[in-house]
Write a protein that binds this ligand. Sequence first.
Ligand SMILES: Cc1ncc(COP(=O)(O)O)c(C=O)c1O
Length: 480
Amino acid sequence: MAGHSLDPQDWTALRAQGHRMLDDVFDHLQSLRDQPVWREPPPDLRARFREDLPQAPADLAAVHQQFRDEVLPYSSGNAHPGFMGWVQGGGTAVGMLAEMLAAGMNSNLGGRDHMPLEVEQQVLAWARRMFAFPETASGLFVTGASQANFVGVLVARRRALGAQVRTQGLGQGGARLTAYASAAVHGCVGRAMDMAGLGSDALRRVAVDRDQRIELAALRAAIAADRAAGLTPFLLVGTAGTVDVGAIDDLTALADLAAAEGLHFHVDGAFGALGVLAPSIAPRLAGLERADSIAFDWHKWGQTPYDAGFLLVRDAELHRATFAADAQYLRRAERGLAGGDWWPCDYGPDLSRGFRALKTWFTLKTFGAAAIGAAIEGTCALAQQLAAQVSAEPELELLAPVGLNIVCFRFRDDDADALNAEIVMRLHEAGRVAPSLTRIDGRTAIRAAIVNHRTEARDVAALVEATLETGRQCRHRRAA
Ligand SMILES: Cc1ncc(COP(=O)(O)O)c(C=O)c1O
């Protein structure tokens, strides 16, 4: 090293080691199917892994070896074709390569005048087009849909309370604001209300129908009751793809109601919104194009590696007015690096921002939107296959209708809650398939959310087989 620079003295050696590391990741991705979905990090490994802050340098090859032995085999498994837990995307090799290029550039996308911002704006332009938003709409990358929903709530709050909310806080008006979503809304929306200072109780969780869609009569009644009580309804959150079963609210009806009531209409489309890329799903998302803002993730159904959340906002001026602030050290110049007319720090809470746009841009350009849409349709077809296989097995029970890519079911038993929780833990430990758990109508359900483009019919069949086998084993052991 020269002086205090951290660049290598021997670029040739680094190049060789770097190529080995790249090959190693390709090997890993190519052989995903031969590995367990998940394995528990052994206690001695965890203990060994903890060490004092290193002071002396170590050889890159040795550190990489430690990564290969002690980190890589113990991932959370979402890249694996047998992973069906929660709602998580699998990523792609292309996205991984793009992430490497982004790290190589080490760009900060808070603002200024450089081409990486053009890449983010290009993805924004594609998002506008995908959701039939006006050319004037704004948007930006954030970590994930939790953050995008939070920013959406802040935009709606700014709309309801005006500029003074930014300098004087919520005041009397803020204490009266109420928001509405279905009882099936993701927990991050309540948390967004909490973080916005409005309180999670100010989010009214409205009853759902048998398909887990918000009940419109109950919604109208809740708004009317709040108005009668002197409160100020300001935000209606529709869900495009509920986390438990993948239900899509009647977005057209919600758009009509929001317009009639003067509410900001935000849609949490964390995974479901990208259904617009799939011809068979897009019609069910009608009304999404009328939203005031949409939160969604490229890292779920969009197959971009983590993390790549996004918020799209119809009214760019309102969006900017929610965050833009004057600071001497962020002054814009007429020319030079401090030029540029689009600084994302004006549209969200982050000033330092990574280049999430690049892996998304690479993913969309390399595969094309149609292939992403086909992967989305493929996951929905697999969910239908799984539902049919579950329905054909007398020992299994389907617990919710399958509208998209999520299947909730369970092994029948007198003590089904405990047994199904045990089954899922055993499936994780066995490492062939990894569903997660939820509760449907008060009953513990095995939940398979098929999001990963690598998942195939044999993985879904393996889930059914493994559930039956494990359920029988547990029952047998209990009887013995
Ligand atoms: C409907 C819904 N909303 C929000 C989220 C949160 O998204 P993220 O994990 O990207 O923050 C999820 C996550 O699964 C979700 O399914």
